[in-house]
Write a protein that binds this ligand. Structure first.
Ligand SMILES: Cc1cc2nc3c(=O)[nH]c(=O)nc-3n(C[C@H](O)[C@H](O)[C@H](O)COP(=O)(O)OP(=O)(O)OC[C@H]3O[C@@H](n4cnc5c(N)ncnc54)[C@H](O)[C@@H]3O)c2cc1C
Ligand SMILES: NC(=O)c1ccc[n+]([C@@H]2O[C@H](COP(=O)([O-])OP(=O)(O)OC[C@H]3O[C@@H](n4cnc5c(N)ncnc54)[C@H](OP(=O)(O)O)[C@@H]3O)[C@@H](O)[C@H]2O)c1
Length: 457
């Protein structure tokens, strides 16, 4: 006879991280189990993760996904608790003791390091830090040193395109967005003239998407420059564009840009798209003054090889956009090499590969920092299915239901508190003729969200 656990009838699940992965997991879980409840913990005063603090401000259609995520949070069976960092304010062990399942959806927020000489010089930045700054993340610095006329961006993913576009864009083009005033003011004072984007492989091996690429050229007073010599297709590239339509479109777009004569390029800012160049070192003593790149080629198997030909670009800032990585959550196993929580289909395992009962992962902390917002939904469906399957399994062990863990949490921002921040942002936006202007400072956000006397950090 299969014995079932007492709590199966009304499962109570904790989800850590109110980004898209955590919110979709809550939605799917509550849809499949009409008696379940979810407590959703978020370390920032605001929910939505990278949809709020990663998606570029000039992508309002994508940012609008927050409307759908908001709708999920209105479910009365979800108790949202923002401004609560799991691992600091409450432990994973405490959550495992109190809930029938704990799903960790903490995403990725750090830059992958780049181990080349000069990378620690002033003027060398990580894209994750820059994105957090222009998107008004409460923990990002308030000011950014936008002093360089000539800048390098490393990487050929969509984040590299975002960073390149925001660096080159005239601030006036962002004035209607939710970008905080303090960011707009600094962007408006930027003296930038040339932004060099470097892909280390060829035109058919870039990771960014065709739509995002084309956007580079859709900007007022910004030219895009491509050297036709770097577009020559080798056998590997020919195979790639034959196989993948996206790559074909990308090569077509780049070819069209490369064919434009220099006399048509009159803009005050320029984006230079460089292919087949990998970073070797940053040069400078007190700060970055140049970057040295090595020209690359593909071998017969399509692998990137160095050619030994070195090129130097005089730039006063370098942004590496070569990928994100996750921060480990105290009390959770972490595979430092892969930068994810070890798991089997979302069921978390320890260092020896053994299941940890009632502990699950979803989103970027599970899969690694690749994929669009939509892919966190299918990912969450897989994890949630296992949470629900395991509820019937006695081996998972009982959760203690003695005390409600939320009772002990001081300074947490609940859904009503978040709505007060949301309202303050909408009012700030209305004063400026926009839909919203983001609040940035944690204290200011908490000042709107919490009753007087409860602003604890
Ligand atoms: C710069 C950038 C731009 C992007 N633009 C797009 C785009 O235009 N379109 C698109 O489809 N995709 C885009 N993406 C990809 C998309 O953002 C991700 O697919 C998605 O956000 C991953 O969701 P997640 O919930 O796993 O992680 P996240 O969105 O990172 O959410 C994780 C949440 O967990 C919280 N958290 C972390 N640690 C703790 C803790 N200890 N306790 C409590 N809470 C915690 C974080 O504060 C965060 O709110 C972009 C990604 C980046 C980096
Ligand atoms: N608008 C959007 O839809 C949007 C916007 C932003 C992000 N996103 C998504 O978010 C995810 C993360 O994006 P991402 O751009 O951070 O990651 P990504 O797509 O993995 O791209 C990382 C890039 O960095 C390069 N790189 C890695 N190590 C390098 C090194 N040592 N030197 C030089 N280049 C190096 C990679 O080159 P190789 O290919 O040669 O390894 C690759 O081009 C992606 O799925 C992306 O599509 C989407």
């Amino acid at each position: 006879m299969t014995r079932t656990r007492m709590n199966v009838a009304e499962p109570r699940v904790a989800i850590v991280g109110a980004g898209p992965a955590g919110i979709y997991a809550a939605d799917i879980l509550l849809g499949l189990s009409p008696t379940a409840t979810v407590d959703l913990f978020e370390k920032l005063p605001a929910p939505y993760g990278l949809v709020r603090y990663g998606v570029a401000p000039d992508h309002p259609r994508i940012r609008k996904i927050t409307d759908a995520l908001h709708e999920v949070l209105t479910n009365p069976r979800i108790r949202l608790r923002c401004n609560v960092e799991v691992g600091a304010d409450i432990g994973i062990a405490e959550l495992r003791a109190a809930y029938d399942g704990v799903i960790v959806a903490t995403g990725a927020d750090l830059d992958v390091p780049l181990d080349i000489p000069g990378i620690d010089l002033p003027g060398s930045f990580g894209a994750a830090d820059f994105v957090a700054w222009y998107d008004g993340h409460p923990d990002a610095p308030r000011s950014w040193p936008l002093t360089a006329e000539s800048v390098a961006v490393l990487g050929a993913g969509n984040v590299a395109l975002d960073v390149t576009r925001i660096l080159a864009k005239h601030a006036a083009a962002l004035a209607h967005t939710d970008t905080p005033d303090i960011v707009l003011e600094q962007l408006a004072a930027s003296p930038v003239r040339d932004v060099h984007l470097f892909a280390r492989r060829g035109p058919a091996d870039v990771r960014f998407s065709a739509l995002e690429l084309r956007e580079l050229a859709d900007q007022h007073d910004v030219d895009v420059i491509v050297d036709p010599d770097e577009l020559v297709l080798d056998a590997h590239a020919e195979r790639m564009i034959e196989q993948f339509s996206q790559r074909r479109i990308i090569v077509r777009t780049l070819t069209e840009w490369a064919s434009r004569t220099p006399s048509t390029k009159t803009a005050s800012r320029r984006i230079h798209l460089h292919l087949r160049q990998r970073p070797v070192r940053l040069l400078g003593t007190a700060a970055v003054t140049a970057i040295e790149m090595e020209r690359t080629a593909s071998d017969e198997l399509g692998r990137m090889v160095g050619t030994g030909e070195m090129l130097r670009y005089d730039v006063a800032a370098v942004y590496r956009a070569i990928g994100y990585r996750s921060t480990p959550v105290p009390g959770m196993p972490f595979d430092a090499e892969r930068g994810v929580v070890p798991h089997v289909e979302g069921r978390v395992t320890d260092a020896d590969g053994a299941r940890i009962p009632r502990l699950y992962a979803t989103g970027w902390i599970k899969r690694g920092p690749v994929g669009l917002i939509g892919s966190t939904k299918s990912d969450a469906a897989q994890t949630v299915r296992h949470v629900l399957d395991d509820l019937g399994d006695l081996a998972e062990g009982p959760a203690q239901r003695a005390a409600d863990p939320l009772d002990a949490l001081a300074g947490a921002v609940d859904f009503a508190g978040w709505l007060r921040i949301d309202d303050a942002e909408r009012r700030a936006g209305a004063e400026r003729g926009r839909e919203r202007t983001k609040l940035v400072a944690r204290d200011e956000m908490l000042g709107h969200a919490l009753p007087i006397g409860e602003v604890v950090r």
